[in-house]
Ligand binder design. Structure first.
Ligand code: ADP
Length: 275
């Protein structure tokens, strides 16, 4: 059952203009959320009833072994997967379908190969009531933010993996969502590129203070990026531990001190029990 007060205030169709994010927005309330796939003997409890709150402007990572429900949780927040029970609210409005106030970034970039970098960002802005010039300006500003001004007219096939993911980030940022969901966004990138992406994302997050929910199975990645890490466990998928990370930012890889190493051992210990 849905709470009565959120029924009339559903996050449904598209907005007229990109959401203009305001400090203090982007509060996510996940209450008794469970997701069950299939029926009878073929039933999988992908996510057991879960409560989770994301405060505005915080960076939260979900880690855990394959199949522990990380993507299922993220997809429910995105409005892609309907809850079997429970609810997700963003700023008091119920999430039932994808919505511009919640942006999603996937591992596989999901770019159109027949559009340039700029064209990909502009295309995503077509759902808003903007003039062609406004779309172009917004797209170029977003590409500048990810350091791709000089590559705006290149096609995805002419860009490296890291650059493609920058385009995908620009595309999502151009709509100025309050909440950013990232599902192993750097999983397909080489180690060096991944480190550069961590720096880029940390810089964007420090400047824009979006609420971020970031799925990874890489402990170091979670520790470099997040304020708080939730460790998940499979069978059924659930959160088993909350680990706050109070390391100062930025967190360059060559300056990870004792506090980092202690947290890393703690997290690896928790994950080892899940093997
Ligand atoms: P993770 O992201 O942690 O790897 P998932 O959320 O993808 O885990 O999956 C959690 C569980 O739900 C797994 O057992 C997976 O096989 C199952 N699952 C995920 N999506 C579906 C689906 N569409 N249909 C049936 N089972 C699914």
């Amino acid at each position: 059952m849905l709470p009565e007060e959120v029924k009339d205030n559903n996050l449904t169709g598209a907005l007229d203009t990109p959401s203009s994010s305001v400090p203090g927005q982007g509060r996510v309330r996940i209450a008794g959320l469970s997701v069950v796939f299939g029926k009878g003997d073929a039933q999988t409890v992908a996510l057991a009833p879960t409560d989770l709150n994301l405060e505005p402007g915080t960076f939260t990572a979900l880690i855990g072994p394959s199949g522990c429900g990380k993507s299922t949780l993220l997809n429910a927040v995105a409005g892609f997967t309907p809850p079997t029970e429970g609810s997700v609210q963003v700023d008091g409005r119920l999430v039932s379908v994808p919505h511009p106030s919640v942006g999603v970034i996937f591992q596989n970039f999901a770019l159109f190969p027949w559009f340039t970098a700029r064209g990909n960002v502009e295309f995503a802005l077509k759902r808003f009531r903007l003039s062609k010039q406004e779309r172009r300006d917004r797209a170029m500003a977003a590409l500048a933010e990810v350091g791709l001004s000089d590559h705006a007219m290149k096609y995805p096939g002419q860009l490296s993996g890291g650059m493609k993911q920058r385009v995908a980030i620009a595309r999502t940022l151009s709509a100025d969502p309050d909440v950013l969901l990232m599902d192993e966004p750097f999983g397909a990138l080489d180690a060096q590129t991944r480190l550069r992406m961590h720096e880029l994302l940390t810089g964007i997050w420090m400047k824009r203070r979006k609420t971020v929910l970031f799925v990874t199975h890489d402990v170091d990645e979670a520790l470099r990026l997040a304020d708080v890490i939730y460790v998940m466990s499979p069978g059924p998928g659930r959160i088993i531990e909350k680990v706050p990370v109070s390391l100062e930012r930025p967190r360059p890889v060559d300056r990870m001190g004792d506090a980092f190493l202690t947290l890393r051992s703690q997290l690896l210990g928790l994950l080892r029990h899940e093997d």
